[in-house]
Design a binder for this molecule. Structure first.
Ligand SMILES: [Zn+2]
Length: 319
């Protein structure tokens, strides 16, 4: 069985794995990212992690198909990182050359959510179909696109920024510079902001327990908390939920009409709320895409767990 090395670069930890093509993982290893020490230190930590994985596997570097790496930001065709604002000094670092020079390994790198999409397509919610789009709903919204079983990276590796699809003209200001990005409404941060906005304007019959708790300690509101009140049937929490889902459905509808994928996979921390979001988004989608396209697309929950990033990275190496 062919084997590859997978690396998932996060803000605090770099995680590595030796994975066979059927998705069996061995030697999962973590080292600190040390992002505050700059890009060269991050790179040095990745190199020593790869050395450790090769040593643990009792194989030679040449026995591996290659290495795959998922990173914040974007990776261009030469392996140079851009974006990645949360890792100071990482931008501009070339990944491919140092790994190739030290280990002779072929490297494939992409945005970390793109890698997750690869894992879902091969081993999770996208199994058995070739065209999927993943939404990762966390602090922001990331995305990954797999077409014909292959990652779609786009020009300069920048495809999949579906969190910044504008769903409202002159909407809420986004960190990216645009206004009305779907991320401003349907990410964890977006849902919290909607909660603050909706509770501020609530009066009369709308002074629900949710409004009281949010007004009482606005800084402690989380999307998880919003969904506890949604589960309890709180009218204002439900309004927040419907707005977030409707905005997300607009973005999904645009993706459907553009790519007509087999499946759209919804994952990330926000989706811990599960079917309540999935079902409402599905109800809203017909307003935003053609019925004959929607008919052929399933909207599903992500299936991969915490190893999705590292498994997807390794999966990229088999491409
Ligand atoms: Zn944006």
């Amino acid at each position: 069985m062919r084997k590859a090395i997978g690396i998932d670069l996060g803000g605090t930890t770099v995680k590595g794995v030796v994975m066979s093509e059927d998705g069996i993982c061995e030697h999962i290893t973590r080292v600190p990212t040390e992002a505050q020490k700059g890009g060269q230190q991050v790179l040095a930590n990745i190199l020593s992690l790869i050395a450790e994985l090769i040593q643990k596997s009792s194989l030679q570097a040449s026995d591996f198909v290659g290495a795959g790496l998922g990173t914040p930001g974007f990776v261009d065709n030469d392996g140079t990182v851009s974006g990645a604002e949360n890792l100071p000094g990482w931008k501009g670092t070339n990944i491919y050359t140092p790994i190739k020079e030290r280990f002779g390994l072929k490297v494939t790198a992409a945005n970390d959510v793109t890698a997750v999409a690869m894992a879902e397509q091969r081993y999770g919610a996208g199994r058995g179909v070739n065209n999927i789009v993943c939404f990762a709903l966390g602090t922001g919204i990331g995305g990954g696109i797999v077409i014909d079983g292959k990652l779609y990276k786009g020009t300069h590796g920048m495809a999949g920024e579906i969190g910044h699809i504008v769903v409202e003209t002159d909407g809420i200001q986004c960190n990216c510079g645009l206004k009305g990005c779907v991320e401003r409404y349907a990410s964890a941060t977006g849902i919290v902001n909607l909660a603050l906005e909706y509770t501020k304007s609530a009066s009369g019959n709308n002074l629900t327990p949710f409004v009281e708790i949010v007004r009482g300690s606005p800084s402690k509101v989380t999307s998880k908390m919003v969904y506890e009140y949604v589960a309890a049937g709180d009218a204002v929490a439900l309004k927040v939920h419907h707005k977030a889902c409707d905005m997300l459905a607009r973005a999904v509808g645009i993706i459907l009409n553009t790519l007509s994928p087999d499946r759209v996979v919804l994952g990330g921390g926000v989706m811990m709320a599960g079917n309540v979001i999935l079902d409402t988004v599905k109800e809203c989608i017909p307003r935003y895409c053609w019925p004959n396209i929607y008919e052929h697309c399933e909207i599903v929950l992500a299936q991969m767990g915490e190893d999705a990033g590292v498994m997807g990275a390794a999966a990229m190496a088999f491409e």
